[in-house]
Design a binder for this molecule. Structure first.
Ligand code: CP3
Length: 364
């Protein structure tokens, strides 16, 4: 049996050189059909409604023919389910009623148990059925936020540019920091395990804001917590994607934390990412989302460049370097998927042949 293309690439067992593609935030405000079904329903309420979650998760799969569904939810959903009072404000992001800045605050964040998120298991099951069951060609990707990114929202109280309170707490009260991250790791681990048990066949750990840290602080204060989550999920056997924005300097550590696939943003080309991390990882990325508004001929050539650079890794999952902007014309995304499916394998093979040829000439 041939594996789903996304899983084959993630496992670096991809003899047909397929280039699977999906987009972070493929479900969401770039789609008119999303805005329609979300009308009058808050994001967090929508996430507790299994049939609506199934519909929203499937919308981009139907429209774009992407190679995977990403579960429609949010990194804050399990934190809310555990009992912390928070909201997601459209155009802003998560907002925490009372930020967590002291040991007493931490007591307001209980552990998560699977029975608190029955609606997640139910929604995953509905999506997997619609995709065609446990061996479908298009798998469902489950996800969670990594402890650092979650902690940044909880400590700042909302989105932040510099993570000043987060970093100050991290270095001034390491005990509290580690206890908070351990609790968040527990919550994300259960959130992911529930999704995998219900049928998700790959997972992505989003440490979106970890790129704000120097490598030494990442290694000391953050990596052990993310590594715990990734190790627990490793026991399920599903490929683990580890992603953050601006993590060029952290990529080897993101890999050592226990990833099978490294998500790379647009700041370094994928062949440079492959050079930094070595051959043991598949790569995911990394078209700059800002280019989605460029004229098609220019954009198409950038898509091809990403595929050529991605050929430096034994497995490449095409994606953007970060999420789809809400203003994106969705027909452009459909066209990108078509281009990747028709030209991807040939571009990968040609790029590898050229690389082998150059190696032969420099080291005959
Ligand atoms: O299609 C998908 O990618 C699946 C759904 C998904 C959402 N959030 C839906 C969503 C995923 C994987 C996330 C993860 C998430 N949430 C991250 C990590 C990914 C990343 O972007 O780095 C982060 C940092 C969050 C926190 C968060 N939630 C932000 C920053 C925002 C944006 C606020 C805004 O309105 O621009 C949200 C809200 C959110 N999550 C929306 C969607 C579709 C938009 C709000 C809405 O539709 O009402």
């Amino acid at each position: 049996m041939t594996d789903a293309p996304l899983l084959a690439a993630a496992r670096r067992d991809n003899p047909e050189d397929l280039v699977p593609v999906w987009f972070m935030r493929q479900a969401g405000r770039s789609l008119p059909e999303y805005k329609k079904v979300r009308e009058g329903i808050t994001m967090l309420d929508a996430c507790t409604m299994p049939d609506l979650v199934r519909e929203i998760t499937m919308q981009p799969v139907r429209r774009h023919d992407v190679d995977a569904a990403i579960f429609y939810s949010d990194i804050m959903v399990p934190v809310k389910a555990a009992g912390l009072d928070l909201d997601i404000t459209p155009g802003i992001g998560p907002q925490i009623a009372q930020p967590i800045r002291s040991r007493a605050d931490l007591d307001r964040l209980p552990e998560l148990t699977p029975d608190m998120i029955g609606y997640i298991a139910e929604a995953v099951g509905l999506v997997v059925d619609e995709l065609g069951g446990p061996e479908s060609a298009k798998p469902l990707i489950g996800f969670a936020g990594a402890p650092f990114t979650l902690a940044s929202y909880l400590i700042e109280g909302g989105p932040s540019k510099d993570y000043a309170r987060t970093k100050a707490l991290m270095v001034s009260d390491p005990d509290l920091w580690h206890d908070l991250c351990a609790r968040l790791a527990q919550i994300s681990q259960v959130f992911l395990q529930v999704q995998v048990a219900a049928g998700a066949r790959a997972i992505q750990l989003f440490d979106s804001w970890a790129g704000s840290l120097p490598a030494q602080d990442y290694q000391r204060y953050v990596m052990p917590h993310s590594a715990g989550v990734l190790a627990a999920l490793g026991e399920t056997g599903v490929p683990r994607i580890h992603f953050g924005v601006g993590t060029g300097e952290l990529l080897p550590l993101l890999g050592q934390a226990g990833a099978d696939v490294l998500g790379v943003d647009w700041r370094i080309p994928l062949d440079e990412a492959a050079r930094r991390v070595g051959p043991a990882y598949a790569l995911q990325g990394n078209l700059d989302p800002a280019l989605l508004g460029a004229p098609w001929a220019v954009l198409a050539e950038r898509v091809r460049d990403v595929i050529r650079a991605g050929a430096a890794a034994d497995g490449h999952i095409f994606n953007l370097g970060h999420g789809v902007p809400p203003t994106t014309d969705p027909t452009v995304l459909t066209r990108i998927v078509e281009l990747i499916h028709t030209e991807g394998p040939e571009l990968r093979r040609a790029a590898r042949a050229t690389a082998a040829d150059q190696l032969e000439r420099t080291h005959p």
